[in-house]
Write a protein of this length. Structure first.
Length: 363
């Protein structure tokens, strides 16, 4: 019996860790496109994670409340969108429970809500990425990094203390589009996040090994030389920021659906630097290395969490601060002895000879 309980616990631990690794894998892959390929000082990455959460909790959830307002009104005698303050403080769980009951009996409605949310998250992240591209074209790297950091904090503070965005300090409960999976919901959601991770990885790998990816590396390593050879730096930066920000928005939406709750106060600058830590450990400019960094980070994080009480008895340090100390030491050691990360940046794959001949003929 004890063995069975242990096995179940291990399965749950594996499942939950895998979901988080998949979500943050997308997040770090998008960061790698900006930092590893383009060389941008992206210190405000958490902003796009937050925007994905806003798309789900602040926009898509309100759309669902509007669509099912007649059902909610008939059962609870309230109109959720007419008085958001009352809804956020008293009627969230009961209102979303009604929507979840609808989704549990109508998988297509749940999936439609899910894909609408993901699309909104990608669009919102991409639009803000394009807006951030303006300063990226005009500021030096150090000033750009500070601006992005401040912008991320501005989005967090405004959204946290504005109830109309995502119920402010109360946080917002969001409908569960996979309620129809019932007991298998978490395993089903693991499959969904892994599919999104695989798609993101394939897209970014093809992008990195394309002429576009070669141009990004050229701009990163020698911007003046790339400009001399006719590369439009402005267009490349806009495209990179739009693509990476859209992917980070998707990661934020997936994180919101994993928690079934959005609290904007959680999107602190530490989330940005967690992404940087994973990227430094795994290796910049390499998508496999970026994913490996995420895996290493969360495996260590889970191990330290499991044995936190034992750590407390041995070392009189709060386990949370002990985790920061361990990761700080790991990052220092990586930067000292393997600055390129666990997996260093690989040479760009060239196209096969017959493909090059075909492209020349078409040109």
């Amino acid at each position: 019996m004890i063995l069975q309980i242990d096995l179940n616990t291990l399965l749950v631990l594996f499942r939950e860790t895998s979901i988080i690794v998949a979500i943050y894998g997308i997040y770090v892959l998008s960061l790698n496109l900006e930092v590893g390929y383009m060389g941008l000082p992206q210190f405000g990455k958490v902003m796009f994670l937050a925007l994905g959460a806003i798309a789900v909790g602040g926009i898509a959830t309100k759309v669902a409340l509007l669509i099912y307002s007649h059902v909610i009104s008939s059962q609870l005698n309230i109109s959720p969108l007419s008085d958001l303050d009352t809804y956020c403080s008293a009627y969230q769980y009961s209102s979303i429970g009604i929507i979840n009951n609808i989704f549990s009996n109508s998988p297509l409605s749940g999936l439609a809500f899910f894909f609408m949310s993901i699309t909104l998250a990608a669009i919102l992240g991409g639009v803000f990425g394009i807006l951030m591209a303006g300063p990226a074209l005009r500021l030096r790297e150090d000033y750009l990094g500070i601006l992005l950091l401040v912008s991320a904090e501005t989005v967090r503070v405004i959204s946290t203390y504005t109830p109309q965005v995502a119920c402010g300090v109360f946080g917002t409960v969001i409908p569960d589009p996979f309620a129809w999976l019932r007991e298998g919901r978490q395993w089903g959601y693991l499959a969904v996040t892994l599919i999104f991770l695989l798609l993101s990885f394939v897209i970014l790998e093809r992008l990195g090994n394309s002429p576009f990816g070669r141009a990004l590396r050229a701009i990163r390593d020698a911007e003046v030389a790339a400009r001399v050879f006719g590369k439009d730096i402005v267009k490349f930066r806009v495209r990179v920021l739009a693509t990476a920000s859209a992917l980070a928005g998707v990661a934020g939406a997936l994180l919101a659906f994993y928690n079934n709750f959005v609290l904007m106060g959680q999107f602190v600058p530490l989330e940005t630097f967690k992404g940087w830590a994973m990227l430094i450990i795994g290796g910049t400019g390499n998508n496999i290395g970026a994913l490996l960094g995420v895996v290493v980070y969360y495996v260590i994080d889970r191990v330290l969490s499991l044995y936190k009480e034992g750590i407390r008895q041995i070392i009189n340090v709060d386990p949370i601060f002990f985790q920061y100390i361990i990761f700080g030491i790991i990052i220092i050691l990586v930067l000292m002895f393997r600055p390129q990360g666990i997996i260093s940046e690989r040479p760009v794959k060239t196209l096969k000879r017959h493909i090059l001949a075909k492209l020349r003929a078409e040109a």
